[in-house]
Design a protein around this ligand. Structure first.
Ligand SMILES: Nc1ncnc2c1ncn2[C@@H]1O[C@H](COP(=O)(O)OP(=O)(O)O)[C@@H](O)[C@H]1O
Ligand SMILES: [Mg+2]
Length: 466
């Protein structure tokens, strides 16, 4: 060691101090590195670093030899006023040298320190950064007095000032760490807040979604109810119309019956007259009388048929003969059929009675037959069939026409109320919906099959009465 020139040794120690400082940013470690390095550099036995706290207090940062671990903060704190030497070094911004502690005058606190470390010489080096004293580095020998050269003091002061920069850096680092920790904590808290907010939002969203579902459900329920109401209203209107039509036809039929009776009475008397008084023109008269009789018979059939439609009751226990009902409908529609449509009737007499409301069944079949007539443009054919299905005890009615048929896209809709393909005035779209309701009321079924351009078949099944 002795052989190495002093300046090289100093340089080596300085480099080591520097390296030690650079290698750590922990405040305590920086203090310790400098404290250790200085004791080696200036060949002293003990070193201590005090930093100034709140301008009035000193905090013992590191010592060589190191303090035992776990020394509480209060013990490491001291008032600047209790340490006049340190105070002077701070005030003067200059090193203070005590060659021999025995000849120095210390305060009680200073004496305690001297005693504790058994100090004989002391060097107080304030470390200064940009004119501010940050603390004091105290070096000392323990058993012997020591004279510090000017070079040593200068060297000490230079290092102490480096110490100031290092401490400042370490402090800044510490501050940054605290800020970073705070920032992390804040970010964590905000993230947590955000998470909670998102959860709340999600919950609110879910609630809104389910409320929306309820509203949608209620809306469609309302729509259904409204549709149902509309249908009921339409059917009510139609029933009312039919009822007043019934009253009207009943009235007309009754009014026709009276003059019909006059004609019938007159006819019988003429018939009687010609039979009893032979006449050369009797043959011709007989022909005329016969056609009067034929006319009267036809009128009374029509009147009777009209009466079937006018019958206004809600009874469901009438015995209804399907063949008669179909015939009555044809009588009413005769004018529409005329000679352009060929009507084929193929009836069974087997189990032809159905229990229900005759006027309504007239109504249902009239609607279906009317559609068939309207579907035939020009000439055509309508075949009407009644049959009995013994297996299921059902009376079957089939009405088939050679009309224009129903497009497959709309066949599902034809029984909906107000669905019509006809011009206003010709159809209101209520015929089939009313027929459907009436057949349903009789526990029956109605099925429509159709081919565009070929024709349509309406098949009705009703429970037989017997
Ligand atoms: N036999 C049929 N042939 C062709 N189309 C038919 C037939 N029956 C019903 N339709 C179709 O069904 C629709 C609905 O019939 P309907 O309820 O009786 O109302 P409307 O006769 O007043 O139009 C008709 O407009 C028509 O397009
Ligand atoms: Mg119709």
């Amino acid at each position: 060691m002795d052989k190495i020139p002093k300046s090289v040794r100093e340089l080596n120690i300085l480099i080591k101090i520097n390296q030690d400082i650079i290698s750590t940013l922990v405040f305590e470690d920086v203090l310790q590195a400098i404290s250790n390095g200085m004791s080696e550099l200036l060949n002293i036995e003990t070193a201590a670093v005090y930093t100034i706290q709140n301008e009035k207090e000193l905090l013992l940062g590191a010592t060589t030899p190191p303090l035992p671990p776990g020394v509480p903060l209060e013990v490491r704190l001291a008032s600047i006023d209790d340490h006049p030497y340190i105070k002077r070094a701070i005030q003067d911004h200059k090193p203070i040298i005590v060659d021999d502690t025995k000849s120095a005058k210390f305060s009680e606190a200073e004496q305690n320190v001297v005693k504790l470390r058994n100090l004989r010489s002391m060097l107080f080096l304030p470390f200064i950064l940009k004119g501010d004293v940050l603390g004091v580095l105290i070096l000392g020998t323990c058993n012997n007095t020591r004279k510090y050269t000017e070079h040593e003091v200068n060297l000490g002061q230079t290092i102490a000032n480096h110490l100031a920069v290092a401490i400042q850096n370490a402090k800044l680092h510490e501050d940054i760490k605290i800020h970073r920790d705070n920032l992390e904590k804040m970010v964590h808290e905000k993230t947590q807040d955000l998470k909670t907010a998102i959860e709340e939002l999600q919950a609110a969203n879910d609630e809104l979604y389910s409320k929306n579902e309820i509203i949608i459900d209620q809306n469609s329920e309302l729509k259904d109810t409204l549709q149902h109401l509309k249908e009921t209203q339409a059917q009510l209107l139609q029933s009312e119309k039919m009822a007043s039509l019934g009253t009207l036809t009943a009235g007309v039929a009754h009014e026709i019956n009276n003059p019909l009776n006059f004609i019938m009475g007159a006819y019988l008397r003429f018939d009687n007259y010609f039979r009893n008084k032979p006449d050369p023109n009797f043959k011709e008269s007989e022909l005329l009388l016969h056609s009067i009789k034929e006319g009267v018979d036809r009128i009374s059939t029509i009147v009777k048929s009209l009466n079937h439609f006018s019958h206004n009751s809600s009874k469901m226990d009438e015995s209804c003969n399907i063949n008669h009902i179909l015939d009555n409908c044809l009588i009413i529609l005769n004018n529409e059929i005329f000679d352009r449509i060929n009507v084929e009737q193929n009836y069974t007499d087997d189990h032809i009675l159905v229990k229900g409301n005759a006027a309504n069944l007239h109504h249902a079949l009239l609607n279906i037959l009317t559609n068939s007539i309207q579907a035939i443009e020009g000439e055509g054919r309508i075949s009407i069939k009644s049959a009995y299905n013994s297996k299921f005890n059902k009376t079957i009615i089939e009405i088939e026409d050679t009309g224009k048929g129903i497009e497959p896209e709309i066949i599902e809709k034809v029984m909906e109320p107000f669905f019509t393909t006809k011009d206003p005035g010709k159809g209101a779209g209520l015929g089939l919906s009313i027929s459907y309701r009436i057949i349903e009321e009789h526990q029956g079924k109605i099925v429509i099959t159709s081919k565009v351009g070929k024709g349509t078949l309406v098949r009705i099944e009703l429970p037989s009465a017997s």
